[in-house]
Design a protein around this ligand. Structure first.
Ligand SMILES: C[S@@+](CC[C@H](N)C(=O)[O-])C[C@H]1O[C@@H](n2cnc3c(N)ncnc32)[C@H](O)[C@@H]1O
Length: 272
């Protein structure tokens, strides 16, 4: 396992494609299921955005004045998130979170565990920090649709092309430029070159990708005592998403506002 201190792929290519000062509505950048979850959250809830990147979701949590923390292995991405949205953050690996058991009311994992190299272990860590009756939003790549094919085949050629100085210009002209133009047109001129490049790198070059079926995620949930409260197949999209709830243990009050006495340091209890 890499240590958080090592520069990561996302240090060089943060998942940064939304102008932070833009007036793009939340529903254009965040799934409907996540918007609905965010809207129902109590202000006392402790929310962790694991693999927050430059803060696409953290910004929405901050806008609702929720008590939220960002974690990411990429120091560069995390710095962007903290400076933009003024929320605390920790450089940390999803495979060994420096957080106490059952400290989170809500865990958000949007497009992260499939990049960790060990999605089931990353999922287990997310479950570990979740309080009984806590909620998790999980979005992961689907095994169906065109993206697995695109990553494997054109993606392999693009990754090979970027390994050599002589072939890089071909990748720029025949892959990155068309990709940018499509995004520019679809976004009606809002997508910048650097935003499109960051998406392109996340899409084709990212070193770890896993495609996780609905049944596999459901199996993990039943092993860890979570139930699926909402599933969105996101037809035509690359990711599907799950709203999950951890079963409450006997004797644990379902509506306990247990976060009330927790301060910012209490949650950083493991391995810190
Ligand atoms: C596709 S981006 C998603 C960022 C953000 N969740 C969003 O939806 O905008 C994936 C993020 O996961 C982070 N990541 C990948 N592996 C990780 C790991 N093992 N631990 C923590 N973060 C990780 C990357 O640094 C990157 O910021």
């Amino acid at each position: 396992m890499d240590t958080p201190e090592q520069a990561t792929f996302y240090d060089e290519h943060p998942f940064d494609w939304i102008p932070p000062d833009s007036s793009v509505p939340i529903t254009a950048t965040v799934s409907r299921a996540l918007v609905d979850l965010i809207e129902t959250l109590d202000h006392g809830a402790t929310v962790f955005d694991i693999g927050c990147g430059p803060g696409r979701v953290l910004g929405q949590l901050a806008a609702r004045r929720l008590r939220c923390f960002g974690l990411d292995r990429s120091r560069v991405s995390l710095k962007l998130a903290i400076s933009r949205y003024k929320r605390p953050g920790i450089v940390a690996d999803n495979l060994a979170l420096p957080l106490a058991d059952e400290c989170a009311d809500v865990v958000i994992s949007d497009g992260v565990i499939h990049h960790t190299g060990n999605p089931s272990a990353a999922f287990a860590e997310n479950c570990r920090i979740l309080k009984p009756n806590g909620q998790m939003y999980l979005a992961v790549y689907k095994p169906s649709g065109r993206y697995p094919w695109l990553y494997r085949y054109p993606g392999a050629a693009i990754r090979a092309g970027l390994r050599h100085a002589w072939s890089k210009p071909f990748v720029t002209i025949f892959a990155q430029l068309p990709y940018y133009l499509v995004h520019f047109a679809r976004s009606r001129g809002r997508r910048t070159w650097s935003g499109a490049q960051n998406l392109f790198y996340d899409y084709f070059i990212t070193p770890h990708v896993a495609f996780l079926s609905r049944s596999l995620v459901e199996e993990w949930c039943s092993e860890r005592g979570l139930r699926v409260s909402r599933y969105d197949e996101n037809r035509g999209g690359n990711v599907h998403c799950f709203c999950l709830r951890k079963e409450s243990r006997a004797g644990v009050p379902r509506n306990a506002d247990e976060s009330a006495g927790v301060n910012d340091m209490d949650v950083v209890a493991r391995g810190a």
